[in-house]
Design a protein around this ligand. Structure first.
Ligand code: CTP
Ligand code: MG
Length: 169
């Protein structure tokens, strides 16, 4: 595989992936929507979006962003990666909001969006601040999203087999 792809993938998508992965270890926690329903009578976000999960994601992506920025010898990257990870966490929350609105219950699958929600949100942020510029870096974005899709499916299957996740998606 192209070395540039591997470097850019780990640099830009490593912290958002870490941010998205660690909240899975939170079982229970305080729902961000306080258990409340939207106008349609369904939960605003559901029990899968908690403050503890958000905090876990932020702390783990803080460490990952710092490690990558130091390793890359470019501390300017740190706030970019941290913000990219945070936007990714928000993307996951926004996805849950839309899942509830179209009647998909917490934990039920919405293929592609479940796997790519955070990565799409992080990508939009990176593009907006001039990192991963289009069209030059579009191939890296597309291949990175493909790698995340494959990694997400395989790690979730493993997490399910190990009993960390209740469902294999
Ligand atoms: N999680 C959390 N808080 C967050 C994000 C995730 O506590 N802000 C935890 C929850 O335990 C959640 C798990 O991480 O169940 C996996 O996240 P995700 O797959 O996004 O949630 P789902 O349970 O599938 O819920 P949804 O249908 O809303 O996507
Ligand atoms: Mg989900």
């Amino acid at each position: 595989m192209h070395a540039e792809l591997i470097v850019e993938f780990i640099k830009y998508y490593g912290p958002p992936m870490v941010a998205n992965a660690f909240p899975v270890f939170i079982h229970g926690g305080t729902p961000i929507d306080k258990g409340k329903a939207w106008r349609d009578g369904k939960r605003i976000l559901g029990d899968g979006k908690t403050w503890e999960g958000l905090a876990t994601g932020l702390i783990s992506s803080y460490l990952a962003s710092l490690a990558i920025s130091v390793f890359a010898g470019n501390i300017i990257l740190f706030p970019i990666l941290l913000t990219g990870s945070f936007i990714g966490l928000l993307g996951d929350i926004v996805e849950s909001f839309f899942k509830r609105r179209i009647g998909i219950r917490r934990g039920e699958p919405l293929p592609f969006f479940d796997q790519l929600d955070f990565a799409i949100a992080s990508t939009l942020f990176y593009i907006s601040v001039g990192e991963l510029p289009i069209p030059g870096k579009l191939w890296i974005i597309i291949l990175s999203l493909l790698i995340i899709l494959i990694l997400h499916i395989s790690t979730n299957t493993i997490a399910y087999c190990l009993g960390i996740k209740d469902r294999p998606w």
